[in-house]
Design a protein around this ligand. Structure first.
Ligand SMILES: NC(=O)c1ccc[n+]([C@@H]2O[C@H](COP(=O)([O-])OP(=O)(O)OC[C@H]3O[C@@H](n4cnc5c(N)ncnc54)[C@H](OP(=O)(O)O)[C@@H]3O)[C@@H](O)[C@H]2O)c1
Length: 350
């Protein structure tokens, strides 16, 4: 039976101010789908880029943002029960290619999995995108091994905290970079990092800051860098990669401005100033750059079960939810995430 739902929708990308709350009908789940009553929605930095029209995967025209949520299965579409994987009433987490800012949604059962036992809905919704991102960057791409030294940008953010947990499980040694002093204090007090291994980023002297951190951890350079900031801190970090080092790039938070719309002039300047690498130098220095977009994993869903299993093994604890907002306050929650001051995950709760 058709169900009513509420969504946050943008008539088109371009400005956060276009986000509007709408009541609408949700059709019955189709073949291979399940209908989920949403209990919590995980916010991602990509939601901001999507709303501003700066995320290439964003649908053209009207769209509902949101890449993940947690909730309860309400109904199964034709054939969805056949796999025996899901039943009505199951608590699940959903990976969505947009569409999660909703009180209910239909999702392909391929993209649903049981919520971890004992986790709240907010913790469950905080886990898939940022967990898979951290795992994919550090393990298949970064090839991080025990004892290796890994630089993690935005280390107190959603991806960053999960990356630190994975590095702990791998027996690697992190150097954490954050934008604010309160985040440094959090990582030292709550995550047990040594003060010398946490850098409060200053783009004017970032190279010297990294040298101090490397001296503090007793390493000649980084074996891996996990970076979704880009901007002026890219080059000093790349230059401190050791031979065989891998620089894993998966975002450009430095491009984010603090208004509702992008600052196109600043973006143009940043774009023109973007770092350029010499492939021949990479050959002689025996180190390289890898880049990814998690949408790729969404499009290769057959790989998701193994990816989740690895993530569960390496990051078995509930993620840190730093801020929760009622569903009605989605614009406020996005503005907080956009401020760059959040620690852990920002979640909408229903
Ligand atoms: N490629 C992919 O598939 C993929 C998937 C997930 C996430 N990502 C990227 O990974 C990064 C982390 O994502 P997340 O959702 O976990 O977010 P987050 O780290 O919780 O929040 C974003 C962080 O970016 C940093 N930042 C740097 N420059 C900024 C600016 N100009 N404005 C605002 N914040 C700025 C801030 O931390 P500090 O100042 O402490 O650094 C901020 O807290 C984002 O860049 C995101 O786009 C990429």
């Amino acid at each position: 039976m058709t169900r009513q739902r509420t969504v946050w929708r943008l008539p088109r990308a371009g400005s956060l101010d276009r986000l509007e709350r709408r009541d609408e009908a949700l059709p019955d789940p189709g073949p291979g789908e399940a209908r989920v009553r949403v209990e919590a929605i995980g916010l991602n930095f990509a939601d901001l880029f999507a709303a501003q029209g700066l995320y290439s995967a964003t649908p053209r025209g009207p769209f509902v943002p949101g890449l993940e949520c947690a909730g309860v299965v309400e109904a199964l579409g034709p054939g969805s029960a056949a796999s025996g994987r899901l039943a009505v009433g199951d608590r699940v987490i959903a990976l969505t290619r947009f569409g999660a800012y909703a009180t209910a949604l239909n999702a392909g059962v391929t993209y649903l999995r049981p919520a971890p036992a004992g986790w709240s809905a907010a913790q469950s919704a905080a886990w898939p995108v940022q967990g898979l991102t951290a795992w994919y960057g550090l393990v298949p791409l970064g090839n991080v091994q025990p004892g290796k030294v890994v630089l993690v940008q935005s280390a107190a953010g959603g991806v960053g905290l999960l990356a630190l947990e994975i590095l702990g499980a791998l027996g690697a040694r992190p150097v954490a970079v954050v934008g604010r002093e309160e985040k440094r204090r959090f990582l030292v007090a709550e995550r047990g990092l040594s003060p010398g291994a946490v850098v409060v980023r200053d783009p004017r002297r970032f190279g010297a800051q990294l040298d101090d951190a490397l001296a503090a951890v007793g390493a000649p350079g980084f074996d891996c860098v996990l970076d979704a900031v880009l901007g002026p801190t890219f080059r000093p970090a790349f230059d401190r990669l050791r031979p065989e080092g891998r620089y894993v790039l998966f975002g450009a938070a430095d491009f984010m401005t603090h208004g509702a719309r992008p600052n196109y002039l600043r973006l143009a300047v940043e774009y023109l100033r973007r770092p350029r690498l010499d492939p021949l130098a990479m050959i002689s220095d025996n180190r390289g750059l890898l880049a990814f977009n998690l949408i790729w994993l969404w499009e290769h869903a057959d790989r998701l079960p193994a990816a989740y299993a690895e993530l569960e093994r390496l990051a078995p604890h509930p993620p840190h939810v730093g801020a929760t907002f009622a569903f009605d306050r989605a614009p406020e929650a996005l503005r907080l995430l956009q401020s760059g001051g959040t620690i852990g995950k920002v979640v909408l709760e229903l």
